[in-house]
Design a protein around this ligand. Structure first.
Ligand code: NAD
Length: 331
């Protein structure tokens, strides 16, 4: 533990979610005082989010406030009480496909919610922000090169992706106008224990483990960069150190991925191997809003943050399946 971090308070929005709950535990381990906020959005069960928070809740340096990101009064009260020096903003409506069904809800939470948060930061003089963005902002790239942060990223193909890019642009505006340091981290498909139940690896595991067929959209050749959650969280923790150490206000956009792509077919084979079953696969046409490939160029993360992903997909899937089996052995 680093005792020099003990007096620093960090606010994590979306703390009860998949990535947020892991991040809270990591920051507590690193010696920070951590406040979490979350509204237990019904996108998936509250009971799952409550259990995500269980370990953190018993920690003496953890505080939690239940409330909605879009509620300015709630945010102002929280900033008064917690007095955070930095905010890590992960609260969002996540997921590409559901954003086609509820675009207004996605806009409201991801864009308006981010504005309200930045306004609360401005009002309270909180000067450091890390924003959880997404690889989806790169849009439907069809060439074979890894995605680099300098690309225009102005052709989103889902409302979700558009809201995430809008969040990055808002961060830049508040950096420019009010000197709030902002690092926007583009996460590439994150997986691991507590993964959201709507995401492919979790869904596939449930189906494979119960002998059911899995649905793959398209021919399964789609390459994706899958990042184990401990690597993502390590990248966020490194960014926090980096942003704290900046001499003046700073803005940057950084990919956090594994830096390697595997096809959905390879993923299914690896997962089925880890579970010990033969996969049954049904193919359906590609879904609107899905991007054809993702692949992170992580040179900037390596250079700026010393980011060095430790979990190859084979290892990460084994750990995920072990966690899944443990959960299901308990019930
Ligand atoms: P998650 O759904 O598990 O976590 C998000 C949390 O935000 C939830 O606990 C939810 O209750 C909370 N929330 C939603 N609306 C809120 C509101 N109005 N007020 C307060 N809290 C609210 O999702 P996750 O997978 O942990 O993703 C975390 C962040 O990372 C999100 O911003 C997501 O867009 C981004 N991201 C995730 C991935 C991934 O693969 N999981 C990839 C790219 C980007």
């Amino acid at each position: 533990m680093n005792n020099d971090r003990r007096n620093k308070c960090v606010l994590v929005t979306g703390a009860a979610g998949f990535i947020g709950s892991h991040l809270v535990e990591r920051l507590l381990d690193d010696g920070y005082t951590v406040w979490g906020m979350d509204n237990f959005d019904p996108f998936y069960a509250r009971s799952i989010k409550e259990s995500n928070l269980e370990k953190a809740r018993s920690h003496p340096r953890f505080g939690f406030a239940e409330g909605d990101l879009r509620d300015s009064g709630f945010l102002d009260g929280l900033f008064d009480e917690a007095g955070p020096e930095a905010v890590i903003h992960l609260a969002a409506r996540a997921g590409v496909r559901p954003s086609l069904l509820q675009p207004q809800e996605y806009y409201d939470v991801n864009v308006m919610g981010t504005v309200r948060l930045l306004e609360a930061m401005k009002g309270s003089g909180t000067g450091l922000m890390i924003f959880g963005s997404s690889s989806s902002v790169y849009g439907a790239r069809s060439d074979q090169r890894p995605f680099k942060e300098d690309e225009a990223a102005d052709r989103p193909v889902s409302p979700y992706a558009a809201t995430k890019r809008a969040g990055e642009l808002l961060c830049h505006a508040y950096y420019h106008l009010y000197g709030i340091s902002c690092y926007c981290l583009r996460f590439f498909t994150v997986y691991g224990p507590r993964q959201r139940p709507d995401l492919a690896i979790h869904k596939f595991t449930s189906l494979l483990a119960t002998g059911q067929a899995i649905t793959v959209y398209g021919d399964g050749a789609t390459p994706r960069d899958y990042t184990y959650v401990d690597d993502t969280v390590d990248g966020v923790a490194r960014t926090l150190r980096r942003i704290e150490d900046e001499a003046g206000a700073a803005f940057d956009i950084v990919n956090l991925g594994a830096g390697r792509s595997v096809s959905v077919n390879e993923l299914v084979d690896l997962l089925a191997g880890a579970i010990g079953v033969e996969p049954k696969i049904e193919h359906l046409p590609p879904q609107p809003g899905d991007v054809p490939r993702t692949w992170a160029d992580i040179d900037r993360a390596r250079d700026l943050l010393g980011f060095d992903p430790k979990f190859p997909i084979e290892k990460g899937l084994e750990l995920f399946v072990a966690w899944y089996n443990e959960q299901h052995a308990e019930t």
